[in-house]
Design a protein around this ligand. Structure first.
Ligand code: ADP
Ligand code: MG
Length: 558
């Protein structure tokens, strides 16, 4: 039999697994169980939608068994199984979801960060096992297959006569060392503990043969130990549980188990709605930007379940673009199981759910802003730009949803403030919300145009992000107060002075005409300004488009 090599990426990951540190090892159980659960999800869905397959609910389970003599641990499932091609593709190459591409070399050498924070899928088995054997039979295949690997040196695949559809994974545990006892994972107590911790909410029974102490039949007060198959998880999906039963750690574990991100989520939102539309949802706001967030590969969306059955891994209709960073899932009994992607787009129930979810997220962010300012500022630093794009896009259709969530840097406070805060701080005689644009706060501060407004004692919003001014232009006003660039003609406080300037303009007409001639093609006009303080001259633009916006527009591809 030919031994095949793993892909380079996979090999690196495998190496990391083999040299991982002990405390992280237990998560291999979570990873294998979650794969089994995914596989049963697929089978379950297929059986429900394909009349030629009969199914009984009891047919779906995961079974964990340990053999202390052989030192093997077996994870068996009645899931959809894998064909030969799928075996090669799925176990020979690292799954996309667990891509290492974004991690820098240092982190990978260490490995600590990666394993600790998120699942690494199937290969995590090599943290505890010298050899891994997979027996599998796909629902769409006549024969079964055996896949085997002893680590980085490659793997083999051969046909194997397996009767039932499903997958069985057998781990031959590593030899114990002085520091580490792999035998630990053969202990009933330890296995139960890890399953409870990470996989309690898995919807299918996770069965184990456990020892029970029972009263001996016919005896008085005499006990004996008997083996009995028991389900060790509670099987209630986390989103169906009562919020009061759950703590932060449960939500964090679920986030990691689902591989929503590599970080610890900033916030979770648990929603149970029982009204015109019924659904449960668990939503997360990540604390760091997903590594592929601004790449083409990034897909927004929530997992979509119909009454507990996964029908779509990414339902993009459930999230507006400006909340595309939100992760999580939605389960609704009002959705049809057979719904197709095209149908979903027009589904009335789904639209209601999406609207509802949008409002939940918005309200959660508002609450965060109000109650946990520091956390909100951190959030805004990471995803604020998305909200600003939201205001600008769709012809400003979302601006009412988002305007209260925006923050800009204040000349007075020297930190980010909301528009509401700006307006509340406005002086009585102040007509406008002033803003100035530039590359950095420092440079904006030094602009001659800024100086004049600051000198008058007004607060200015400093806009440094390219999108800022576009968003502000789209808003046009906030609480009926108009936004005004410090470079614009009418600033609302220097009427008298502008009259004087006009007179001086007239008096020096010849001089300015001459200057204009020398600067031809570079400026459209030369004028007297009464706004200059310590600068002899300033550049400004006329009309709606500022110099900064012009730069952005010119940089855009046609
Ligand atoms: P991920 O679960 O993120 O896709 P894994 O490394 O955990 O990555 O698994 C890789 C792939 O192998 C899965 O996507 C699935 O297609 C397949 N697989 C793993 N375990 C099983 C299983 N028990 N039954 C069927 N397919 C499986
Ligand atoms: Mg997996």
């Amino acid at each position: 039999m030919v031994k095949k090599q793993f892909e380079a990426e996979s090999k690196r990951l495998l190496d990391m697994m083999i040299h991982s540190i002990y405390s992280q090892k237990e998560i291999f159980i979570r990873e294998l169980i979650s794969n089994s659960s995914d596989a049963i999800d697929k089978m379950y869905y297929k059986a429900l939608t394909d009349d030629s397959l009969t199914f009984e609910k009891d047919d779906y389970f995961i079974k964990i068994s340990a053999d202390k003599v052989k030192r093997t641990l077996t994870i068996k499932d009645t899931g959809i199984g894998m064909t030969q091609d799928e075996l090669e593709e799925n176990l020979g190459t690292i799954a996309k979801s667990g891509s290492l591409a974004f991690k820098n070399e240092n982190e990978i050498k260490d490995g600590h960060d990666i394993i600790g924070q998120f699942g690494v899928g199937f290969y995590s088995a090599f943290m505890v096992a010298d050899a891994v054997t997979v027996y599998t039979k796909s629902v769409s295949d006549e024969t079964g297959y055996k896949w085997e690997s002893t680590g980085a040196d490659g793997y083999t695949v051969e046909p194997f006569d397996k009767k039932e559809v499903g997958t069985e994974i057998i781990l031959t545990l590593k030899e114990n060392t002085e520091e580490e006892s792999y035998d630990d994972f053969l202990e009933e107590f330890r296995l139960k503990q890890v399953i409870k911790k990470y996989s309690d909410f898995i919807r299918y029974p996770i069965k184990m043969d456990v020892t029970e102490r029972k009263l001996k039949e016919g005896s008085e007060g005499e006990y004996e130990s008997v083996f009995e198959e028991k389900t060790v998880n509670s099987m209630v999906p986390i989103w169906r549980k009562n919020k009061s039963e759950l703590n932060d750690e449960d939500y964090e574990n679920f986030y990691q188990e689902k591989h929503y991100g590599f970080d610890k989520p900033l916030k979770h939102i648990h929603v149970s709605v029982d009204g015109a539309v019924r659904y449960n949802a668990i939503l997360y706001i990540p604390s760091t930007m997903p590594f592929d967030y601004y790449s083409k590969e990034y897909e927004k969306g929530l997992e979509l379940y119909s009454n507990g059955v996964l029908i779509m891994e990414k339902g993009p209709e459930l999230l507006p673009d400006y909340f595309s960073f939100v992760k999580g899932l939605v389960d609704s009994e009002d959705l049809s199981l057979n719904i197709s992607r095209e149908m979903l787009q027009h589904d009335r129930q789904l639209k209601l759910i999406a609207k509802n979810i949008k409002n939940k997220i918005k309200n959660e962010l508002k609450k965060l802003l109000k109650d946990e300012r520091e956390m909100y500022v951190k959030f805004f630093g990471t995803f604020g730009r998305q909200l600003k794009y939201g205001v600008y896009s769709d012809f400003g259709a979302n601006k009412d949803d988002l305007k209260e969530l925006l923050m800009f840097y204040s000349s007075k406070e020297k930190k980010l403030i909301t528009l509401q805060e700006y307006v509340s701080n406005m002086r009585e005689d102040q007509k406008y919300i002033y803003y100035a644009t530039g590359d950095s706060y420092d440079r904006i501060e030094k602009l001659p145009q800024t100086e004049v407004v600051l000198d008058k004692g007004y607060e200015i919003l400093y806009l440094t992000d390219e999108i800022d001014e576009f968003a502000i232009k789209m808003l046009a006003t906030f609480n009926e107060k108009e936004f005004k660039s410090v470079s614009s003609g009418d600033l609302g406080f220097d009427e008298e002075e502008s009259q004087k300037a006009e007179e001086e303009d007239k008096a020096n007409k010849d001089l300015f005409e001459e200057m204009k001639k020398h600067l031809e093609g570079k400026v459209t006009d030369v004028r007297v300004s009464k706004r200059l303080k310590s600068h002899p001259v300033c550049l400004t633009s006329e009309g709606e488009v500022s110099i900064e916006m012009e730069k952005v527009l010119q940089a855009m591809p046609d």
